[in-house]
Design a protein around this ligand. Structure first.
Ligand SMILES: [Zn+2]
Length: 161
């Protein structure tokens, strides 16, 4: 049984349930709602063992590695022209967007069951390129207006790690 993650609004903490049952907050007893592992990893609050959050951190780094591979990160950076923003910060911001897209289902993520598997296959698929472009335009209104949806339509980032 895969462990599930819940969020306690009261103490703003991630609660992990090993048996997959909805659970009250183990700290304050408050109500919790289910969140995905991505949200849990992005919030990085109150995670259990260091080991678990290391694995999730690795997932996020891998997602970043997938879409920035082969100079694509630089290409997005040039197209979006994020003003005075440093490349590293740009990458972090777009990565957040991509994680959000995966959670909301307009981007697809293929990943191995075991994130530590060296043969694991990771891929990001743009189910809804228009939506991705629109979101980029909202974040980077100066440059991303020139980013046409066709830029992403045929792009399928894939990487073996
Ligand atoms: Zn709580």
């Amino acid at each position: 049984m895969a462990e599930r993650f819940y969020w306690c609004e009261q103490c703003e903490r991630t609660v992990v349930s090993e048996d997959g049952e909805a659970t009250a907050c183990t700290i304050c007893g408050g109500p919790t709602r289910r969140i995905s592992w991505l949200t849990a990893a992005l919030r990085k609050v109150g995670m259990g063992t260091g080991n678990r959050s290391d694995i999730q951190q690795r997932h996020i780094q891998l997602i970043q590695a997938i879409w920035t591979a082969d100079g694509m990160g630089q290409r997005y950076f040039e197209i979006c022209q994020p003003g005075s923003m440093y490349y590293s910060r740009f990458v972090r911001r777009v990565n957040e967007l991509i994680c959000q897209g995966i959670e909301e289902g307009w981007l697809g993520l293929t990943m191995p069951k075991n994130p530590l598997d060296p043969q694991g296959r990771y891929a990001i698929e743009y189910h809804d390129p228009e939506r991705f472009v629109t979101a980029l335009q909202q974040i980077f209104p100066e440059g991303a207006g020139r980013l046409a949806a066709r830029e992403t339509r045929d792009v399928r980032h894939e990487e073996k790690v």
